[in-house]
Design a protein around this ligand. Structure first.
Ligand code: NAD
Ligand code: DAU
Length: 367
């Protein structure tokens, strides 16, 4: 099989590319990425030189180039992760999100439909897998603002997002992702394209761009900078270790039902403020600082516009049908994550200084 993984130089994409390259030596893996500010080729450095791996710098919106690649490489599968992914940026620049997330996805769908339509066997055995988010379902209510019994004090409400939950996106980011999900479904229903979609909760782990809560805050704790908690810090997110998401993607790509949707989540709800305190405690302990030394870095700032109160995923369909479950307890995952960022201060510094952009130039010429 020849598989294109779009957005492979981003956070989740590099974990998926690594899993596929190492697990499937007979599959040819093409890591495709435009290398926007969020793409970092250094994230894929350990895969360079592997015989079943190749990196291609390409914009998914460039239909002619995408179609050309699908034809010349006889691509059998697409795992589509490329996107503008940060909610705060979508509030400032919604058009960029519609362009990449909606039109870019449409360009890929149309290229797959065309390229596969030209093959004698058509779409038989092919797969277009679209990676989406729980944010398309909107926000859930908090039934118990005073807390619950489970990990992180959750679950924080009785309702969870299931595959049947209605789409109610609130941010330009989630509206664009919702729109792309609808196009994927339309291509299945209208043209018979063999698609599958999954909607996952918040990922955490190594190689996440430090604009997102967890890597931003670990870096700020190290540097003793303020930790900007939006609103009162009471919003709830369901956190999943990124390698567990990559394992789910592998399973759904190979065994998921064509035309179907799978929710992926950790049954692991945390209020932001509790998560931030856990990050401070873990980082301080690993740095040998006294307990509670950095709690005063917490700084409450203006809330995010349209800030979704709570996300929580019911992933029981994926567990019962395909046998997936998260492998890590959250405490273990957070410890592993904080350790990784502390051991990769140079990776972080190359991003915050802008030097990471030169990695591509050094290898391939001007960015
Ligand atoms: P990311 O921002 O870290 O990476 C996105 C990657 O896409 C980057 O490498 C970027 O260069 C690339 N890209 C952007 N525009 C492109 C274009 N026009 N053409 C080609 N490449 C382009 O994002 P992430 O957190 O790794 O998320 C990956 C996917 O998973 C996204 O579709 C996102 O919606 C989805 N998702 C993310 C999470 C999460 O918690 N991070 C959870 C659920 C779903
Ligand atoms: O739910 C899945 C989604 O998770 C993905 O689809 C998105 O691509 C991904 O970015 C993530 O979205 P969030 O908005 O939940 O992630 P973020 O890390 O930006 O924020 C997590 C929570 O922390 C959210 O409630 C906002 C809050 N926050 C975030 C930042 C960056 C703060 O309080 N302060 C901050 O500085």
């Amino acid at each position: 099989m020849t598989i294109i993984i779009t957005g492979a130089a981003g956070f989740i994409g590099n974990h998926v590319a690594r899993l596929f390259v190492n697990k499937y030596p007979d599959h040819k893996i093409i890591a495709l990425d435009k290398l926007t500010y969020a793409g970092n080729l250094e994230n894929l450095a350990d895969l360079e030189g592997k015989p079943n791996y190749r990196f291609v710098r390409m914009d998914i919106c460039d239909y002619d180039s995408v179609l050309g690649l699908m034809r010349s490489e006889c691509v059998d599968g697409v795992i589509h992760l490329a996107a503008e992914s940060h909610v705060d940026r979508s509030i400032k620049d919604p058009l960029a999100f519609a362009t990449t997330n909606v039109l870019g996805t449409l360009s890929l769908l149309q290229a797959a439909r065309t390229a596969w339509g030209e093959r004698p066997e058509g779409s038989e055995g092919r797969r277009f897998y679209h990676i989406s988010t729980d944010e398309v379902y909107g926000a859930l209510a908090m039934d118990r603002p005073d807390g619950g019994d489970g990990p992180g004090g959750g679950p924080w409400g009785s309702r969870l997002f299931t595959e049947q939950s209605p789409y109610r996106p609130h941010s330009p980011y989630s509206a664009a992702k919702a729109s792309s999900d609808h196009f994927v479904r339309a291509f299945h229903d209208t043209y018979g394209l063999p698609t599958v979609v999954s909607n996952c909760s918040n990922n955490y782990g190594p190689y996440q761009f430090p604009e997102k809560l967890i890597p931003l805050f670990i870096n700020n704790i190290c540097l003793r900078r303020p930790l900007p908690v939006y609103g009162q810090g009471l919003n709830v997110r369901d956190w999943l270790y990124v390698e567990d998401h990559a394992r789910a993607i592998d399973l759904i790509f190979h065994s998921g039902r064509v035309g179907d949707t799978y929710n992926i989540g950790g049954f692991n709800e945390w209020r932001n403020i509790d998560l931030v305190k856990t990050l401070i405690a873990t980082t301080d302990r690993l740095l040998g600082r006294p307990e509670g030394a950095d709690l005063d870095l917490i700084t409450y700032v203006a809330d995010r516009a349209g800030h979704d109160m709570r996300y929580a995923i019911d992933s029981s369909k994926l567990s019962s049908e395909l046998g997936w479950k998260p492998s890590l307890q959250f405490e273990e995952g957070i410890e592993r994550t904080v350790r990784w960022y502390l051991e990769h201060r140079d990776w972080m510094e190359r991003i915050t200084s802008g030097d990471y952009m030169r990695y591509y130039e050094d290898m391939y010429g001007n960015r």
